[in-house]
Design a protein around this ligand. Structure first.
Ligand SMILES: [Zn+2]
Length: 526
């Protein structure tokens, strides 16, 4: 066996049992939380982190990459290992300070509650007010309550950015933003060219849509458009389109069997997800995570989904989304080396999941799979198109704020971030900034800056992947509903190669062109 092949196999032999044990412990803590399960998960996480910090192993990986392995699958495994090990090659004391500070800020987010008139309120109460109240004073108080955590954590989030930079520079990167993109297989110039393209395609349609929404809000709150502020919108960050005027599909699903509709959707393209359903945990229960996720336990077929289903539209699209991740995990070629037996990138698996998650708003799916009568679907269709367009526009403009903000955060952790934040919000979201002194460090109330740094761009890329894959499936297989050709295309062209191809090569090979915002842009045409 050549040295490079043996190196990859040796590291796999150390990493694989830890990854499988961690996935099992993660499932256990999410479905039956207990002190023992938490303790086990923490212990395995530390063991895994120690392995990824192993300087000798990292040196061997670098040397092997520099030599250039002959076998493309070995080369690819070494690339994957390099990107997994690199961010952990940090001096022990710096690594400890980073982990402590991250845990510290995250626990402030978990325990902090904003206050309205001295009363503590949680996020659900704040969302309830912003979603329903017609009283601008009450709305303003609720919005401010959602931002109070920002002032509490801002100093530490700035410090965290500084420490992350220190670690990145020790490894030869410009700053943490540079390191995160480079080890996440993203090119910064290309990313910002894509963002500029998305900006150009969305600026005019967003401005037009926003002007209409502003008029409605000004009427509702009996004020001038110029007096609208962020608290007049439903979402504290304006990352979703307001619910008023959108289509409410919940009535269509109140008696639906979401599990059956999920299986039926995937059966229609020739993919059987009963084995995943059998291992899944789908109903709400005491002591169970309230979120939704899909997890591949062993990369040998044991794929599970966690949900907390209620018969409504949100859970219908969440089910289809999570089972999209599941079918991708299940269909990767099991002859590949274990290190390459999974989705090649977060943005490819998010793209697939988003593609399926869009189906409950697709007239064809509503008629064929959900069994809604044709006249009703025809009635709904124009509003569904408008709502989908509004959501894509609002979300794209919000990602432009986040990604530009994060680049600046790491470029200069000491900068005046509050001014930068509102400059970006005004420019991309066309929101009026609050008067000076109204709010302190609103930027730091976005938890992703702390717990998922430099990740937001993957959500936008996921939407672009969904649109481009969807367009290819429409052209080659006549759509995603009851179309076995669509399933065959996804499996053969997109799932089987696993991580043996980089995400950009996979996209180009599967769809015939590099990933761009073109198909996404066509969907905005309405
Ligand atoms: Zn997802």
């Amino acid at each position: 066996m050549p040295d490079d092949t043996r190196l990859a196999a040796d590291i796999e032999a150390r990493l694989r049992p830890l990854e499988v044990a961690l996935a099992e412990a993660w499932w256990e803590t999410s479905t039956r939380a207990s002190p023992e399960a938490n303790e086990r998960r923490e212990r395995i996480e530390l063991e895994r982190r120690d392995l990824l910090a192993d300087a000798d192993a990292f040196a061997a990986i670098r040397a092997a990459r520099a030599r250039g392995a002959a076998d493309p699958l070995v080369r690819r495994q070494l690339d994957v290992l390099h990107d997994a090990f690199a961010p952990h090659q940090v001096p022990g004391d710096l690594r400890r300070r980073l982990v402590e500070l991250e845990v510290d800020v995250e626990s402030t987010f978990n325990t902090h509650r904003g206050e309205i008139d001295g009363q503590r309120v949680d996020d659900n109460q704040i969302r309830e007010i912003l979603g329903t109240s017609d009283d601008p004073t009450e709305r303003r108080a609720a919005w401010l309550a959602s931002k109070q955590v920002g002032a509490v954590v801002a100093g530490r989030v700035g410090e965290l950015a500084g420490l992350r930079n220190e670690a990145a520079r020790a490894l030869g990167y410009r700053d943490h933003f540079d390191l995160a993109l480079a080890t996440g297989e993203l090119d910064e110039d290309r990313l910002f060219a894509t963002l500029a393209d998305v900006d150009a395609r969305t600026a005019a349609p967003f401005a037009e849509w926003k002007a209409g929404a502003d008029d409605e809000l000004a009427t509702r709150f009996d004020c001038a458009v110029a007096d609208l502020r962020p608290w007049h919108f439903d979402d504290p960050f304006f990352q979703e389109a307001p619910a008023a005027g959108a289509v409410d599909l919940d009535a269509l699903f109140e008696n639906a069997d979401l599990e059956a509709l999920t299986l039926r959707t995937y059966d229609g393209i020739g993919l059987d997800l009963r084995p995943v359903l059998a291992h899944s945990d789908l109903l709400a229960r005491e002591g169970k995570s309230q979120h939704a996720f899909c997890i591949d336990i062993d990369r040998e077929g044991d794929v599970r989904v966690l949900c907390n289903i209620e018969p409504n539209e949100r859970w219908m699209d969440t089910m289809l989304h999570e089972f999209g991740h599941a079918t991708y995990d299940r269909e990767v070629d099991d002859a590949l080396p274990w290190l390459l037996r999974g989705a090649t990138h977060a943005l490819t698996t998010e793209g697939v999941a988003m593609l399926f998650g869009r189906l409950p708003r697709d007239p064809r799916w509503l008629g064929t799979i959900a069994g809604i009568d044709a006249a009703r679907v025809d009635d709904l269709a124009p509003a569904l198109v408008a709502a989908r367009r509004a959501n894509l526009l609002v979300f794209a403009r919000w990602v432009l704020v986040m990604t530009n903000f994060e680049r600046g955060l790491y470029a200069d952790p000491e900068a005046d971030h509050e001014t930068r934040w509102w400059d970006l919000v005004e420019r991309f979201q066309l929101l009026g900034r609050p008067e000076r002194g109204t709010v302190d460090a609103a930027w730091a109330s976005k938890i992703h800056l702390t717990v998922a740094p430099v990740y937001y761009q993957n959500y936008l890329y996921g939407e672009l992947v969904a649109s481009q894959l969807g367009a290819t499936i429409d052209a080659r297989a006549g759509g995603l509903v009851d179309s076995p050709g669509a399933g065959r295309f996804l499996v053969d062209a997109f799932f089987l190669p696993g991580a043996s191809l980089r995400w950009d090569h996979l996209m180009e090979q599967a769809t015939g062109e590099p990933l761009t915002a073109a198909a996404f842009g066509r969907q905005l045409a309405g």
